[in-house]
Design a protein around this ligand. Sequence first.
Ligand code: NI
Length: 173
Amino acid sequence: MAILPIIEIPDPRLREISTPVETVDADLQVLIDDMFETMYDAPGIGLAAIQVGVAKRLLVIDLQEEEEGKKNPRVFINPEFSEPSDDENVYQEGCLSIPDQYADVIRPSSIRAKWLDRAGVAHDERIDGLLATALQHEVDHLDGIVFTDHLSRMKRDMLLKKLEKMRKQKHAA
Ligand code: NI
């Protein structure tokens, strides 16, 4: 296993549309393991393949919500959404590709999702709660969208300025 470099905005690869995974093979299993190791190391609760520079429709999530420190790794291959709920949730989101910046994002509070797990088994489930938010955030990445795209222009500019300032301070330190 390996910790992979996470790409950050404004890297243009984060705007790419990822292509469907065609076969769930040994190479993909290695990538999945590396993505988990990278995500746990960061640390984060979700990571899309494009964030490590691979434009495939694959993402990993671990909310680690059940018991403190207990891992609950989930793999979503070729995820698709339908039937978004009318009611919405506000959740303060962050992103490993936009380090240390957080903002409230409004999304449907539940969605119907279809995907393949890491064994290639098909799932079709209605998903709600934090998992619905995390999954929508990660699927956005597969379509070249980052969470700041959901903010007003003013909020987005403020957040990007803060990021720029933080990077300069880090560079100076
Ligand atoms: Ni993200």
